[in-house]
Design a protein around this ligand. Structure first.
Ligand SMILES: O=C(O)C(=O)C[C@]1(C(=O)O)C=C[C@@H](O)C=C1
Length: 287
């Protein structure tokens, strides 16, 4: 069973379906109203399973090629007891949909904040007012219910058919190469997930790990010392990103993604000297 941001037609649903192809027993998708709700549902589980004994997963957007990190997801990855099991990049092509057949009647455009930001220039050039919604698909569903010709939504083309709307424009994101990375997550633990997943991948280049670190001290070279441990072990970093620690202005935690390394205990031992906190989000497949 997979929790993802709904309703039907969201990009998260598309990612969930692609992940589901690799899961043996968990294809059923349950739509949630927000990203928070997905993390909450996983956190509340007692033993990672639903009543009929199937494992429970979540799918969340983590990063976009135009807008950068989905900061809510990044924060909840640190605050919630979850693991990353896999990641996948999805091409995002937004359409403008409406109950109207004429673009000239549109005055307001509804969508998820990430989608509105990805189409900022397009929206500004049409002088429309924006309204944020919890998902792109919810914005399509909402305008279909309201039947107001001044309203439009930004979402995938598939929503036009699902909610009986007209496509007024296609491919409207400001940069044509628009991709969002999604993560398959579970409650933290456990060996059983490995049995349920069949990624069919032997290539270790397609395996990655993520940690979140807080430095022990703020002094010249303290981040350099951490990076030095990765260099000494010849581990290739693919992302380093800072987020506010939320304890004091100007203090940060660092999210680091890196290539497969067989001895994580050794790495963690070395890092221990320099970090006051280390959250290990998992070693996982890149699909
Ligand atoms: O609203 C959706 O359809 C989502 O799945 C969320 C989301 C996101 O949070 O980034 C996913 C992909 C797009 O980048 C826009 C919105």
């Amino acid at each position: 069973m997979i929790y993802c941001l709904g309703p039907m037609g969201s990009y998260s649903e598309k990612a969930a379906k692609l992940f589901a192809e690799h899961l043996k027993n968990s294809e059923e998708i349950i739509y949630c109203n927000s990203i928070n709700e997905i993390f909450e549902k996983l956190e509340k589980l007692e033993n990672s399973k639903c009543e009929d004994n199937r494992l429970v997963y979540g799918v969340v957007p983590s990063e976009n090629s135009i807008e950068g990190s989905v900061t809510l997801t990044q924060d909840l990855l640190m605050e919630t007891n979850v693991n990353i099991l896999a990641e996948i990049d999805i091409n995002i092509e937004h359409a403008l949909v409406s109950t109207s057949t004429n673009k000239n009647t549109i005055k307001r455009v509804l969508s998820h904040p990430q989608a509105l930001a990805q189409c900022r220039n397009y929206i500004n050039s049409n002088h429309w007012v924006t309204e944020t919604m919890e998902s792109t698909a919810l914005s399509a569903k909402t305008i279909a219910e309201k039947q107001d010709k001044e309203l439009s939504a930004i979402c995938s083309e598939a929503n036009a058919e699902i909610y009986d709307l007209n496509i007024l424009d296609k491919n409207i994101q400001d940069y044509k190469n628009n991709q969002t990375r999604f993560l398959l997550i579970s409650k933290k633990q456990n060996k059983e997930y490995i049995k349920d997943i069949n990624f069919g991948i032997d290539d270790l280049k397609k395996v990655k790990s993520t940690v979140i670190l807080e430095l022990k001290e703020n002094r010249a070279g303290s981040l350099y010392d951490v990076l030095g441990e990765f260099k000494k072990l010849n581990i290739d970093l693919s992302r380093i990103e800072s987020r506010p620690s939320k304890t004091k202005l100007g203090t940060y935690v660092f999210y680091m993604d890196f290539e497969y390394y067989e001895n994580m205990d050794e790495l963690f031992d070395k890092l221990d000297k320099w970090v006051s906190k280390l959250v290990y989000l998992g070693t996982y497949f890149v699909l």
